[in-house]
Write a protein that binds this ligand. Structure first.
Ligand SMILES: [Zn+2]
Length: 463
């Protein structure tokens, strides 16, 4: 599994001087660490004698998290672990120096804790934070280097938390809600849907200065699920910025993430985890001359399952939406055969017909067949990310292609009734522009193929 924080993890390896090992316990195991998003909860302000409480608090957070959409639907994509980091004293610092409340808003405290967290950070009472990222990184690198996202759980019942690379949350009222909101920032790059201040205002999944409903990045959602273009305020700089919803969790705790945020979160999950957990046969376990041969996919299914699959044998569609396919000897041609299974997520939370990226995963079996039976077989797994933009467009349309196996993408631009107008190839990590200015206005299709297999299709609106 790809690492969200790869860069910082690598840099900080050199900072490790005292390599302390702490107990790691698994709270939720969905699959192998390299095939899942690994969320790691660190204890802060818990003494060793309080580790049972830590586990209870962490479990409460986790249970809450997976009752909420889209974590609920994508629960099988996550593993959760706790690292029991002991502090000398319980709680966290509260110096009483905040300027946004009349202090002491909660009792003044000082606690000797492992990560040295404190309330009143940046003059704000509820901002529970530590700047000691080096220590957090070291603990993660020494104890769970495969982590994708961590969260620091602070043993204090005073309301508070913060986002950033390493989000922090307390155990106080609404703590789980704060933690899930902070994960929205840290893991999914969401912005606050209350005005976060001029310094933090920026274009993001759920924040924009665009006010044209046909151009705004969440245009496909306008008019559904109460998604619109809502200014953050009626005056001042905040009035120049817009959010997609009035009561998203990125604005108010206790509400769901809005449809735009959910879509962005699922896109990120897809970036990190391919839905194919395993497949069979892999070449070295094949029993060549026993028919039928069963080909199978073991998928990481959302709940409810929104994965769909397309099976292609030698350019013919042979099955859809099945996990197993049995092929007889008579199904194969003499010589080389290609069987491909393409898996994609057709979740209604993605507006997949229009959204900007196609994620697809494939398994390809190359089967060499003769009158003696299957003589040889090789297999390959791949994951794709195809971006197409802008859309609608008048002149050029761009395609960016990323995949795990360095394959090349073939793109066909076709009319809606299937006549091919243009065909080109895009290498891995390449962006290619196609000039469609000579075409008449209307709807066209971009069809995508790799390794001779169809992997998806998107509508192009030519203006
Ligand atoms: Zn939102």
């Amino acid at each position: 599994m790809k690492r969200i924080l790869l860069a910082s993890t690598l840099i900080l390896v050199s900072l490790i001087s005292n390599s302390q090992n702490f107990e790691v316990e698994t709270l939720k195991l969905s699959g192998e660490t390299n095939k899942r998003i690994n969320l790691v909860i660190l204890s802060e302000g818990y003494q060793s004698s309080e580790f049972d409480k830590f586990k209870t608090d962490a479990t409460s957070f986790m249970t809450d998290m997976f009752t909420q959409s889209p974590f609920k639907e994508y629960t099988n994509y996550f593993n959760v672990y706790i690292i029991k980091v002991p502090s000398n004293e319980s709680g966290s610092d509260h110096p009483g120096t905040a300027s946004d409340v009349s202090e002491p808003a909660s009792p003044i405290t000082t606690a000797d804790t492992y990560f040295n967290t404190s309330y009143d950070s940046f003059g704000t009472h509820r901002l529970l934070y530590s700047s000691d990222y080096a220590t957090i990184s070291t603990v993660l690198a020494n104890n769970f280097p495969e982590y994708d996202q961590s969260i620091v759980l602070v043993n204090s019942d005073v309301y508070g938390g913060s986002g950033g690379t390493f989000p922090f949350t307390s155990t106080g009222t609404s703590a789980n809600e704060i933690a899930i909101h902070e994960l929205g920032h840290s893991m999914f790059d969401l912005k606050d849907e209350y005005y976060p201040g001029d310094a933090l205002a920026a274009e993001a999944i759920n924040m924009t200065q665009e006010t044209n409903p046909s151009l705004v990045k969440w245009k496909n959602w306008i008019g559904t699920n109460n998604i619109g273009i809502y200014p953050y305020a009626s005056s001042g700089n905040a009035a120049n910025w817009n959010r997609p919803h009035q009561t998203c969790k990125m604005r108010y705790l206790g509400y769901d993430f809005c449809a735009v945020c959910k879509e962005g979160m699922i896109e990120k999950i897809h970036d990190l985890v391919a839905p194919i957990d395993s497949y069979n046969p892999v070449s070295n376990t094949l029993e060549p001359n026993t028919f039928p041969v069963n080909f199978g996919l073991n998928l990481i299914k959302p709940v409810p399952n929104t994965l769909e699959s397309t099976w292609t044998l030698n350019s013919n569609n042979v099955a859809n939406n099945v996990d197993e396919l049995a092929l007889e000897a008579s199904d194969f041609n003499e010589g080389e055969n290609t069987l491909t299974a393409v898996v994609f997520d057709n979740s209604p939370m993605l507006k997949i017909d229009n959204h900007n990226t196609i994620h697809a995963s494939t398994v390809t079996w190359k089967i060499n067949y003769s009158s003696l039976g299957i003589e040889d077989m090789t297999t390959k797994e791949n994951s794709f990310n195809i971006e197409m933009y802008p859309n609608p467009t008048e002149n050029t349309i761009n395609f960016t292609f990323k995949n795990r196996n360095n394959s090349t993408l073939k793109i066909e631009i076709a009319t809606i009734d299937g006549k091919i107008i243009n065909s080109t190839s895009v290498a891995n990590l390449e962006t290619k522009s196609i000039d469609i200015s000579p075409l008449q206005s209307g709807i066209y299709l971009a069809n995508f193929y790799t390794d001779n297999a169809f992997v998806g299709s998107k509508k192009i609106v030519k203006q």
